[in-house]
Design a protein around this ligand. Structure first.
Ligand code: ZN
Length: 440
């Protein structure tokens, strides 16, 4: 007798009458992990699960380029299992796990461990991000080639949480990843200009008497890095861009043909430094919440394509790390389970983006930047069955008790937001139905 641990193949799924990319109304039939057919009034094979998607938008599964899963080393705040459950609830079918774990993901061994944990959790694809420098110490390059050629096939490298500040190291990293079409994702923050910084430097920081975090600390690094990327002919990705000046620099670089891409987080599309007045540490984040003029500029940059993608920077923290005086509290917010509601609220419901644009900024382009050929694919027969059915109509208050993340440091608790996840499908398997996780 043999033991077979392979799960049975998922049953076919027929998504009936949804609006493909928010456009034409059609049916989508998923069979054997692939999109088999798209068209009106499809017939379903025996045993098919039928989803009534009238009034819903059908999108490719979302792809997050910037997720902190905290494993290994930070399992009290999140694990690969809980973080990918949160991802599935948010409509994601792939996440990129940042390298600032303990130990740091700076070797083939650690990135393979993270990828394996993702495979065995099975809620979405986990693609590890490799550290640029050993131990994120900013002193010497990590084994980028070994991580790229490992089974985890790392293509995105980042010291996120820290900036690769040394221009010589940054240049070498950009040169190095060209060999395997990798990309350096920079957390743009001049460490000297932000020593002791507690919030955005401006009117509010002056009134509150908190040490400010000037916009130029971000902008000066981005300006340097786009020039370095141009000089060596390599790909640069700017993490969580947050200021109007940063948008201008990226726009300038793109006009010159420099291979730069940029991301904005949902929270920088919505919240401003005015939130800090209450000293509620849920609003403490890196980079800090900026001004309304910055929010307007990053929305405009996302709308006109200067900013390529939305990435969550999901950063779970223990209650103990957040329930402190402002200056002692950890920086970061959870974000996987609220990303699409925030994007719908700030960009779609305002007319700045269409649902087809949402597919681009939250699925297709993040997958392209990460050179992930399995995700962010066009919704057409033959593509992998990574799918999201989103109902944009319901509105409800954010309740972290419903969240799958192990941490509760959401800045949106109690805020009424639009949209509801009707269905997430990862590789043909239904992971979420009507907002609830579907256990295997
Ligand atoms: Zn960061």
């Amino acid at each position: 007798m043999t033991t077979n641990l392979t799960p049975p193949p998922p049953a076919p799924v027929l998504v009936r009458g949804g609006s493909l990319y928010g456009e034409e109304r059609t049916d989508v039939l998923l069979v054997g992990g692939l999109i088999q057919e798209i068209g009106p009034d499809l017939t379903a094979p025996e045993g098919t699960e039928i989803i009534d998607a009238e009034g819903c938008v059908v999108l490719p599964g979302l792809v997050d380029l910037h997720t902190h899963l905290r494993e290994p080393g930070g399992e009290e705040s999140e694990t690969v299992e809980t973080g990918t459950r949160a991802a599935a609830r948010g409509g994601f079918t792939a996440v990129h796990a940042m390298a600032n774990t303990t130990p740091v993901a700076d070797t083939a061994g650690v990135v393979e461990q993270v990828a394996r944990a993702g495979d065995s959790a099975g809620w979405c694809t986990v693609r590890p991000v490799g550290a640029v420098t050993v131990g994120l110490a900013g002193e010497r390059l990590a084994e980028l080639d070994a991580m790229a050629s490992s089974r985890a096939r790392v293509r995105v490298f980042s010291d996120d949480g820290k900036c690769v500040h040394d221009p010589v190291l940054m240049r070498r990293a950009l040169e190095y990843v060209k060999a395997f079409d990798g990309v350096i994702a920079q957390h743009a923050q001049d460490p000297r200009l932000t020593e002791g910084a507690q919030m955005h430097e401006g009117v509010v920081s002056a009134e509150l008497g908190l040490t400010g975090w000037p916009a130029v600390a971000e902008e000066s690094i981005i300006a340097r890095d786009v020039l370095l990327a141009q000089h060596v002919g390599s790909r640069l990705h700017v993490c969580h861009l947050s200021t109007a000046g940063s948008v201008d620099i990226v726009r300038w670089a793109k006009q010159r043909g420099i291979a730069v891409t940029a991301e904005v987080t949902p929270h920088h599309l919505l919240l401003t430094d005015e939130e800090v007045r209450g000293f509620d540490a849920r609003y403490k984040v890196n980079p800090p919440l900026r001004t309304q003029a910055d929010v307007d500029a990053v929305r405009q940059g996302l709308a006109d394509g200067t900013i390529d993608i939305v990435a969550t920077d999901h950063a779970p923290h223990l209650r103990d790390a957040k329930d402190r005086e402002w200056d002692q509290a950890a920086m970061g917010m959870t974000g996987l389970e609220t990303a699409l509601p925030i994007v719908q609220h700030t960009m779609v419901d305002t007319g700045a983006l269409s649902w087809r644009d949402v597919a681009r900024v939250l699925s297709e382009t993040p997958a392209l930047i990460a050179r992930d050929e399995d995700h962010g694919r066009a919704l057409e027969p033959g593509s992998p069955a990574h799918l999201l059915v989103w109902d944009p109509r319901p509105r409800r208050a954010v309740d972290v008790a419903e969240h799958a993340s192990r941490s509760a440091n959401s800045p949106y608790i109690g805020l009424e937001l639009p949209g509801m996840n009707r269905l997430t499908v990862h590789a043909g398997r239904v992971t979420v139905r009507d907002g609830a996780l579907v256990e295997r």
